[in-house]
Design a protein around this ligand. Structure first.
Ligand code: URA
Length: 434
């Protein structure tokens, strides 16, 4: 069928054949299907959706629009984790060395922060010298030799997604579950993995604000993975408040290292352990969650998880001394406290507002070409459920530019909600799907 006929068929709610989908996406990647026809198709998919067969064909066509890495020269089941993004989400920084220290090879291609969410690559780049732009050959070598490598997206992996994502961004078709799921899965499956753990965030700081939508997204991604012969499990985790205490690149690296030393906040520790335990089970290193957690406790207690992070940093040309001595990481020139306006309990923290405040301070990007400041950010001294006295610090702001301080303090105060009663605790892992 010609592109016009395919667009019309989808517009009218008809089912598209796999070959037609493959030809349409291939034509778009090569430039023979123009942006205006793909825009119309995206809008038709937005309203009509894709059934399981169409979705598999769509994701497959995106995956095979570029190189699919073969890591078969690395022994073992290669497992990655993907998060749909949140605020204070530094899970990858501790999960990757933890899983690798337990023997699971972790090939991880990560993203940068945009808008209110942070990105793993930006956090890693706050470690002096750390390189995320490695060649595919080097990535392959490090996965084999160090058992872990974290790099940025390359131009050769899932090129259809790069073009499609940019087009979706300007045609109001980003928030469409089949398009999100095929976008994420095409990139992840191109990395050369055998299995994948999905961390689908739910709440005020997440893409998916509602549990039902997060569940649908997780199921859709699991079904794409299964169709491609990969083992995929998903945890739906809470993002109704930022994860841990640190928000900001170098501050989050510090918290991640503290996690590997067994000294991080309980919520961040628990989400990391739950996701890494999934990786150990999928990677065949543990028979069940309890066994996986015991191994994780062991590599934390004997220092091998931190040692693995140092190895990774050194292999990616960073300074491992900045991990063993955290005072060598970038530090902001000043700190200031935000004080609680009255006594009571913290009843909520709007994660998206905290993420936007971090962006305004310079920790995040407003545009893809914005320069970020690795040193600035926040330490959330009080989290949901904590009691506060009037005037007690709720956040410490780490800043360089004094002109930014007052507006950021106001944003943070507006992000916190207080009340007279302690709210009931929310579970951190809301659901597990496979
Ligand atoms: N992240 C992606 O990689 N793709 C989407 O479509 C949305 C979030």
């Amino acid at each position: 069928m010609r592109p016009y006929e395919l667009i019309k068929a989808k517009r009218d709610g008809q089912r598209l054949k796999a070959d037609d989908i493959a030809a349409f996406i291939d034509g778009y990647t090569r430039g023979t299907v123009p942006d205006y026809q793909m825009s119309a198709m995206l809008m038709a998919v937005f309203f009509r959706g894709l059934d399981d067969g169409e979705l598999g064909a769509w994701a497959r066509a995106m995956l095979f629009s570029g190189e699919v890495l073969d890591l078969s020269d690395t022994p073992g089941i290669k497992v990655d984790k993907h998060s749909t993004g949140g605020v204070g989400d530094k899970v990858s920084l501790s999960l990757a060395p933890l899983a690798a220290a337990c023997g699971v090879p972790v090939p991880m291609i990560s993203g940068r922060g945009l808008g209110h969410t942070g990105g793993t690559l930006d956090k890693l780049e706050s470690i002096p010298g750390f390189q995320v732009d490695l060649s595919v050959a080097e990535y392959r070598r490090l996965v084999r030799e160090v058992k872990v490598c974290l790099i940025g997206q390359t131009a050769t992996l899932a090129p259809a997604d790069k073009k499609l994502y940019a087009l979706r961004d300007v045609t109001a078709t980003v928030d469409c579950i089949p398009l999100i799921a095929s976008s994420i899965m095409s990139k992840k499956l191109a990395e050369g993995i055998d299995a994948l753990v999905l961390d689908v965030k739910v709440g005020s700081g997440a893409f998916m604000k509602k549990l039902e939508d997060a569940r649908t997204l997780a199921r859709t991604m699991i079904s794409i993975g299964r169709e491609m012969g990969k083992k995929v499990t998903a945890l739906l985790t809470d993002m109704d408040q930022p994860l841990g205490h640190a928000v900001g690149n170098a501050l989050e690296v510090v918290e991640a290292v503290e996690m590997l030393r067994g000294r991080a906040p309980a919520d961040y520790t628990e989400v990391t352990l739950a996701l890494t335990a999934e990786m150990l089970v999928l990677g065949g290193r543990a028979a069940n969650e309890a066994e996986a957690r015991a191994q994780l406790q062991k590599v934390i207690a004997d220092g091998s998880a931190e040692k693995k992070l140092c190895e990774l940093v050194e292999a990616q040309r960073g300074d491992p001394a900045a991990i063993t001595d955290l005072s060598r990481l970038p530090r902001a020139k000043h700190t200031a406290k935000v004080a609680a306006p009255a006594a009571g309990f913290v009843t909520g923290i709007d994660s998206e507002a905290v993420g936007l405040a971090a962006m305004a301070l310079g920790a995040g990007r407003e545009r893809t070409d914005s320069i970020i400041n690795p040193a600035v950010g926040f330490m959330l001294e009080k989290k949901v459920g904590d009691a506060v006295q009037a005037g007690e610090p709720i956040v410490t702001v780490h800043y360089d530019d004094a002109a930014k301080l007052e507006p950021v303090k106001q944003r943070l105060l507006a992000a916190y909600r207080f009340g007279p009663a302690k709210p009931a605790p929310r579970p951190l892992v809301l659901e597990r799907l496979e």
